[in-house]
Ligand binder design. Structure first.
Ligand code: NAD
Length: 246
């Protein structure tokens, strides 16, 4: 039985989709969850829903691509609660285009949020976790890190997250901090609901389990990685995709 009572967790991009599902799961298992998101409106709605369900939850409007804002927010949480046990770097965007048509803006935006944003949150968290010699970091990469047509920016950012994860695992193992990456396959969220029906059906046809994943499918894996039971697992890249990538 996973018990996260007394733990403090930050989940980025937690106002909807995967991040919301992850935050809800960690909260249900007893953690105090801090939801970071750039979208205040949906963030407020999410945290109200959590508090209404008697979960210990609070929200902060944070753009993870802003290094100063991310550092300040994480330091405030550590100051307030005296600890940070779990960091889930989930905030992510896509701006798809074929490479020959990809603008500088599309490239920069995706790298800034998905890769630099992950680093921006890891650095202040790691400074604290090193001192406490304890911590769990879970980074959300993607099955697309292996390469995907129309996603040069996104795939590069998610491959970068894998490199960052493995480097951090090597640096932090002796400090009793685990760092792992999750690669969701095709999960039913607002991000994927944006694709045309034809593409949705094509994606689902490639999944051996025969369905798109739900945020809870990913959240369950993260809850395990955040738990005491996963204390000897680090530097791993775990697919949660119903067999989409084998
Ligand atoms: P989503 O678009 O539904 O939700 C993303 C959340 O991140 C939103 O609430 C958004 O406001 C927030 N966000 C965006 N930019 C931000 C920023 N700069 N700072 C803080 N918050 C920000 O997406 P999702 O499907 O829930 O995806 C979550 C993560 O999972 C992303 O990293 C995505 O790349 C990854 N992923 C998703 C899938 C999938 O099939 N849905 C597959 C693989 C990987």
């Amino acid at each position: 039985m996973i018990d996260l009572t007394g733990k403090v967790a930050i989940v980025t991009g937690a106002a909807r989709g995967l991040g919301k599902g992850i935050a809800k799961k960690l909260g249900t298992l007893g953690a105090t969850v801090v939801l970071f998101d750039v979208n205040k409106e949906i963030l407020d709605a999410a945290v109200q829903e959590f508090v209404g369900s008697s979960l210990n939850a609070e929200a902060m409007v944070v753009n993870v691509a802003d290094a100063v804002a991310a550092q300040s927010a994480i330091e405030q949480i550590i100051e307030k609660h005296g600890r940070l046990d779990i960091l889930v770097n989930n905030a992510g965007i896509n701006r798809d285009a074929m490479m020959h048509k990809m603008s500088d803006q599309k490239w920069d935006e995706v790298i800034s949020v998905n890769l630099t944003g992950t680093f921006n949150c890891m650095r202040p968290a790691v400074q604290h976790m090193r001192d406490r010699e304890s911590g769990r970091i879970i980074n959300i990469s993607s099955a697309s890190w292996l390469g995907n047509i129309g996603q040069a920016n996104y795939a590069a950012s998610k491959a970068g997250v894998v490199g960052l994860t493995k480097t951090a695992a090597r640096e932090l193992g002796r400090k009793n901090i685990t760092v792992n990456a999750i690669c969701p396959g095709f999960i039913d969220t607002d991000m994927t609901r944006g694709v045309p029906e034809k593409v949705w059906d094509l994606m689902v046809s490639k999944i051996p389990m025969g369905r798109a994943g739900q945020p809870e499918d990913v959240a369950n894996c993260i809850a395990f990685l955040a738990s005491e039971q996963a204390s000897y697992i680090t530097g791993e890249v775990i697919n949660v995709g119903g067999g989409m990538v084998l």
